[in-house]
Design a protein around this ligand. Structure first.
Ligand SMILES: [Zn+2]
Length: 286
């Protein structure tokens, strides 16, 4: 079921989002396109961010606040003029788009060169004191022309589950669940990953699943995600996790370049933490 992909590099995409913005008339957010524009990052912003770091414990919310501070325009809409609604608009943006903004902000503010130190080639063992990649070369899965940003997908369970819940009369009802309806993850999912869940892979996975499941069997709407996820078997929560990340689209989280010694490809997962990603430690020495 591997549909044709629409993969572009960040360089090819320009200032455009991989999934796309949805109009939110209720919040007076009516984007004209999928573009974005940042302000210049100066000392004023640096001071505000330093303050934020002391108070904001959720990495998702921290990233939202940094982006909120730095955006000038989103979808051709004046960001500041949107006022209080900005928080709501961001929460409901697709996760892939928010991560994309985060990467592009890094490129615009401190450059496209991203340095990894002491990286050993897995093929020949050569150790690169400094391994520099160009972030603009990152591959990004973009929405295809025949897809919609808020499209729903069906994941068929390998091992169907029995969901027990109470009906209107308070009696236990058993329902067999054979498939889940999945929507692309929204940024709000990341904001909910706080405290213990940040360092607990199972809890993170649960947050992601909860955020993506929008229905089961033929129904869509209210989902008792907690209890349903609790009944799922390992094969399904592993596969559904992969299914969701494929559907989410967005940038690959792995940087890649050729080994200076043997020429074979070396890749490494990007360290997204603010201090590294936006700090001098990820900048080339010379
Ligand atoms: Zn090598």
């Amino acid at each position: 079921m591997d549909e044709k992909k629409n993969v572009k590099t960040i360089k090819q995409m320009g200032n455009s989002l991989p999934v796309g913005l949805l109009p939110r008339p209720e919040w007076k957010f009516l984007p004209k396109d999928n573009s974005f524009k940042f302000r210049e990052w100066g000392f004023e912003q640096e001071q505000q961010i330093a303050k934020l770091k002391n108070t904001e414990k959720s990495i998702g919310r921290f990233a939202s606040q940094v982006l909120d501070m730095m955006l000038l325009e989103l979808g051709g809409v004046n960001w500041e003029k949107l006022g209080e609604q900005r928080v709501l608009v961001m929460n409901q943006m697709f996760m892939a788009d928010m991560l994309h903004l985060y990467i592009c902000l890094r490129i615009e503010s401190i450059g496209h060169e991203f340095a990894l130190s002491n990286l050993r080639c897995t093929s020949c063992g050569h150790e690169h004191k400094e391994f520099v990649v160009d972030l603009r070369d990152l591959d990004v899965d973009c929405l295809s022309s025949d897809e919609k940003p808020d499209q729903k997908f069906v994941y068929i369970l390998k091992k169907p589950i029995t969901y027990v819940h109470k009906n209107a009369d308070g009696q236990d009802v058993e329902e067999k669940i054979e498939s889940f309806k999945i929507g692309r993850s929204k940024w709000t999912t990341m904001e909910e990953i706080t405290g213990e869940a940040m360092s607990n892979a199972a809890m993170t996975k649960k947050c992601i699943l909860k955020g993506a499941i929008v229905g089961f069997n033929d129904s869509e709407g209210y989902v008792d995600a907690d209890r349903m996820i609790g009944s799922m078997k390992k094969i399904d929560f592993e596969l559904i996790d992969r299914f969701i990340s494929q559907k989410n689209l967005g940038a690959t989280i792995v940087v890649e370049d050729d080994c200076k010694n043997c020429g074979k490809k070396i890749n490494k997962a990007v360290n997204w933490s603010y201090d590294y990603f936006f700090g001098a430690s990820s900048l080339p020495l010379s």
